[in-house]
Design a protein around this ligand. Sequence first.
Ligand SMILES: Cc1cc2nc3c(=O)[nH]c(=O)nc-3n(C[C@H](O)[C@H](O)[C@H](O)COP(=O)(O)OP(=O)(O)OC[C@H]3O[C@@H](n4cnc5c(N)ncnc54)[C@H](O)[C@@H]3O)c2cc1C
Length: 615
Amino acid sequence: MANYLNDNEDLRFYVDQAIDWKTLAENARLGGPVDVESTVQNYRDILELVGEFSADEVAPYSREVDEQEAVIENGEVVIPARVGEIFERMKALELHGLCIPEELGGMNCPLMVYALTGELLARSEVSVMTHWAFHGGMAMAMLIYSIDEGSTEIDLENHCLRSTRWQGYIEEIIAGTSWGSMDITEAHAGSDMAQLRTKADRDEDGNWTVTGSKIFISSGHGRFHFVVARTDHSEGEHKGLNGLSLFLVPAYTDHPDGTRTRHATVDRVDEKLGHHGSVTVQISFENSPAELVGKVGDGFRNMLLIMNNARINVGFESLGLMEAAYRMAKAYAADRPTMGKAIDKHELVADMLDEMRTDIQGLRALGVTAAFNEEMSQRLQIRLKAMASDDPGRAALLTEMATYKSYSRLTTPLIKFLSAEKAVELARRNMQIHGGSGYMCEYGAEKLLRDSLVLPIYEGTTQIQALMATKDHLGAILAAPGRFLARLGSSWLKAWLTPTRRRRSLAQIRWRALHAQFALLRKVVWAKWRSGTSMKHWDPKTDFAPALLQAENLSGLLVDRVILDILEAQAQQFPERQELLDRYLERAEPRSRHLHEKVCRGSRRLLDSLAEQAA
Ligand SMILES: Cc1cc2nc3c(=O)[nH]c(=O)nc-3n(C[C@H](O)[C@H](O)[C@H](O)COP(=O)(O)OP(=O)(O)OC[C@H]3O[C@@H](n4cnc5c(N)ncnc54)[C@H](O)[C@@H]3O)c2cc1C
């Protein structure tokens, strides 16, 4: 029997050695006592089961899933038989309640188990992973939102939940009879959420309804829709993020007599380039009964609350696809002879394969680290919420939580940014290594490329991730410029004075990442001075243009630096990982020089031309 966990040495390294399961297990139990050995063994068993299920029961049907599309019949979406069968098996394996607390019928696993399950499933069929994620992922969102708004009762003493607002919905999702979706995008508003127009109204009895149309909604044929809608109608042009609120809208109610009342209409199922096992719909709400989540005006904040998780999970989704592309390329290259030897022995092909493997391992290191930090930040926030304000342990827990949170905030856009772009790059390389066969449908390389192309688009595009990372990093410098300059100075000394070549090379990459930020801030200040506008008033949209232009290049520098930090720490703890550190460093070194050069040079021509057009 094949197994996508057991055949993957790098993934097994994390599952067996590198992940601090004990800390995650204790926090998953709200700090309660845990039989660590058996609990962690249970996590490993679950991942082995998913590895086997992915390899044996999903991957063999990937082509079939790709060839079939969902359709609308009598107002309901009908999914193809094969996708239905796969999800019936998932139901039987109870894969929708992985991280839901036992009190609600779930398995209470850490979110890390969910992330790794995502990678295993995505390697077998990425669209199946996407739809699976809208089950447990949305049930967890219900729980997180309920805890955040204070409608979940937590018993910290006994380390359990007493009740939660959407318990019935969560149980329905765990049972696999329904799932949720995140309904944000509209025809005129994707990246720019301030333009959203779907509106929510409250009647005199305090009941909310939602009216509007959402497009491109993944798994939007399910029952539970988190809808971002405008509650402040005072601004005529529908602008602004503060006027947005979040609602939970059940799209239908099923009655005991087998009939169904619809509260929202699925207008169409989108025809897509790939991801055919994941249904994407356009859906309309017309005075649909809605439940307000949290407070009025907190729609954008609430969306951000689960965004980090979602973006990390796209990172693991991308990793699964990359792993599939790499293995397909490797197997083909070992088998295909040209000019007297297999193509994997030709330098250029060997180089492509080596770089693919190195990219995957670097990104997995980042993914696991980001997932750990995000999970710890969330778990500690939950405990803090339930803790008495005068609890003596509160201050220490708060500091610990803040450290995890800030690390997660800085790394999450980076993993989404690079893993999605690399998924496309690796899928493209796989196709290239297949030569003409790669272009033919029979081999599956073109399918992976088609499937990969959406990864840099949804859950915030590559450009939006790069802008976020850039603004966060530059904002942090502006908040504490003295500390930044001290770091820059000491990194410069290390970059040139560190004695051994490898360590010096690492130090130089760190220095370039810092110096690039310094160079961008210098450009921003210089451009502002040149424009003649007051230095006292800053408009990030116009004044930060020189930095925004370089956001993707800067993100490239930052992500290599973070990955190398993680790999260096790993190599210190596990000497067998030194080889990976060296391999990644060899690739990152010239890349960092190139990106640093691009950031420092910039393009005054383009910026001047944009400024002229705007004037
Ligand atoms: C298969 C699929 C599934 C999806 N699932 C969902 C879902 O479940 N829920 C949901 O709400 N949405 C979903 N989406 C929508 C997706 O999130 C949006 O398409 C995405 O956010 C981009 O928005 P847009 O299409 O309006 O593009 P735009 O926002 O118009 O962007 C177009 C291009 O301009 C760039 N750009 C925009 N603004 C800037 C800027 N300030 N600086 C630099 N570059 C910029 C973007 O990066 C992009 O390259 C899905 C989309 C697809 C394709």
